[in-house]
Design a protein around this ligand. Sequence first.
Ligand code: PEP
Length: 267
Amino acid sequence: MQAWVIGNWKQNPATTNEVNELIDSLLSAIDERSNDLNPDICQLMVAPTAIHLAAVSARLQQTPLLCAAQDISAHSGTTGAYTGDCSAQQMADAGASWTLLGHSERRQYHQESADELLQKLTHAQAQQLGVIFCIGETQAQYDAKQTLEVLNEQLAVIKELLTQQPKLVKTIAERLIIAYEPVWAIGTGKVPTVSEVSATHEHIKQTVASFADELPEITVLYGGSVNTDNADSFAASPMIDGALVGGASLKAESFLTIASAFSRAKA
Ligand code: PEP
């Protein structure tokens, strides 16, 4: 199975100049590491802000880096009176081929509901955008050993999408990545053990497989404080198909060191 290492830039960098500097260093470091990074083994992707998406995707044409949106509007897949929103169609037109959905920061600060996420998934599907669907438990839920229960509830949206679109099950699955991101591990430096993550990913793969007949095995990434020190150990697990990287994706060197770890381990 192909590995994926995806950089979630969140609300960074601050200026267009800094965005260009980051792209410059990513592209030159990719060149230098051409022996180490094989896009057939490990696909790289970055998710800039909506304001930087078109410029970033234009610069990434003909490079091994794909471009993702960080979110799309729930209200309309195309156009409409939804001030401040950007639709799946607009993100695709700006050069995104994928979108993150359901990131814990969206769930927390924008109270994203299951219904909204289902709308977003439906719009992404209609506009041929692949989806990186983020799920994960809070510290309190982890402490109360509710992780699998919480994940099952979050994954029910995927089941609903597949049930509503039975003819598109294979197409949806081919363009779907699940990112398991414990909320307590995001930006904190705390990480679950590799064996905990592996067991959770196995559960996610089995759960999604139970949603429809003949589903291909789903790609499951780990996210939450992945860095240059722990990437090798996550990459060594056959259950961990890659990483969704926040903080460490803002420096070309750390992002590509993580990508190299997955390229090596999955070769
Ligand atoms: C994220 O926000 O998706 C993330 C994984 O962040 P970090 O790597 O900074 O923990």
